[in-house]
Write a protein that binds this ligand. Structure first.
Ligand code: TYM
Length: 334
């Protein structure tokens, strides 16, 4: 608890170009939760280097992501928005937690298996212990709730396991966090293959809507979205492409899937796809404009980066010191 409110932590990687999946599955929910919790939103750049990065590009993407958080509606005064690499407690706690995590647990992580297959030439130990760093992020802030998309649920479970294991040995050190999964949009699928998740690393650019796409590109990608030959807008697993488009439309318009189905009764896929495209443009365009303004406002953004890193560091270090004491490291001499 901080200021009488429960704690919330979440983060995103500054790798690749963010997709509509990242927005609808995570960022959009963050904005709705920020009044209820004391929130920490990190640009998790330590995680990013588990895959080889171009340094200048990573720095640029990190700043883009930080401004995107603000542009999407997170007030940087109420929410602590910061770079993970500016708070060294993340790496320090991750080391300690590594010593409380088993190889077998990491080997079972599906995202590790996927990423190892994708980057067979660089299966580094950082990629392997990635979920431990994620556990450290969450546990440092004694987080009660962690809003994420469905693909992160396994990492949340291992975080809980590590925290419980630690607490069983040393007493109540960590709060056991819960995942918060949004009702709509927790799993946005590819526009070209609705059996796959929409992902920033997809080689087919038409499979994902990037948050940087201009309105024409967005509309064009929806027009090309893979559907089926049924010809009727229905919310069913038998029509995964249409179901995914209904989910996207619902999430952007706040209408329920049932309402969407009613709205497009008797209408063709062409009309429906156009409406989905327009709904997405009306959500993304204002965010893109605000982000462009923020990127021009260097001093304002720098000030946020500085003050929020200090705040995050202060809270994180409180937990870190407690953990260091519990495991038996010598007390600091003042
Ligand atoms: P990342 O950067 O891959 O994704 C950021 C968030 O977006 C969600 N997401 C999706 N949601 C719905 N549909 C999709 N197609 C989709 N694609 C991505 C993800 O679930 C995530 O919530 N390991 C994390 C970052 C992280 C983190 C943390 C998250 C590091 N430490 C601590 C929470 C708490 C990751 O790589 O997310």
């Amino acid at each position: 608890m901080l200021n009488g409110q429960k704690m919330l932590f979440s983060g995103m990687q500054a790798t690749g170009t963010l997709t509509l999946g990242n927005y609808l599955g995570a960022l959009k929910n963050w904005v709705t939760l920020c009044d209820e919790y004391e929130c920490f939103y990190s640009v998790v750049d330590l995680h990013s280097i588990t895959v080889r990065q171009n340094p200048a590009e990573l720095r640029k993407r990190a700043r883009n992501l930080l401004t995107l958080y603000i542009a999407a509606g997170l007030d940087p005064v109420k929410n602590c928005i910061y770079y993970q690499s500016h708070v060294s407690a993340h790496a320090e706690l991750a080391w300690i937690l590594n010593c409380f995590t088993y190889m077998g647990e990491m080997q079972r992580m599906t995202q590790f298996k996927d990423k190892a297959a994708k980057h067979a030439d660089n299966i580094n130990t950082g990629l392997f212990t990635y979920p431990v760093l994620m556990a450290a992020d969450i546990l440092l802030f004694q987080s009660d709730v962690v809003p994420v998309g469905v693909d992160q649920v396994q990492h949340l479970e291992i975080t809980r396991d590590i925290a419980e294991r630690f607490n069983n040995i040393y007493g109540d050190v960590f709060t056991i966090p819960e995942a918060y999964i949004g009702k709509v949009g927790a799993k946005i699928q590819s526009l070209q293959d609705p059996s796959k998740k929409m992902s920033k690393s997809d080689e087919n650019v038409n499979a994902s809507i990037y948050l940087t796409d201009d309105p024409d590109t967005i509309i064009r990608k929806f027009k090309r979205a893979v559907t089926d030959s049924v010809g009727c807008v229905q919310y069913t697993d038998e029509q995964p492409g249409i179901k995914n488009l209904i989910t996207i439309y619902s999430a952007c318009t706040k209408k329920t899937p049932e309402e969407v189905v009613k709205e497009f009764e008797g209408k063709g896929y062409g009309d429906f796809k156009m409406a989905v495209g327009e709904a997405v443009v009306s959500v993304l365009k204002p965010i893109q404009d605000k982000q462009a303004d923020l990127l021009k406002n260097k001093d304002y953004v720098d000030q946020i980066i500085k003050t929020n890193a200090e705040k995050a560091g202060y809270i994180a270090n409180k937990t870190l010191r407690k953990v260091q004491k519990k495991v038996g490291f010598p007390e600091r001499v003042r």
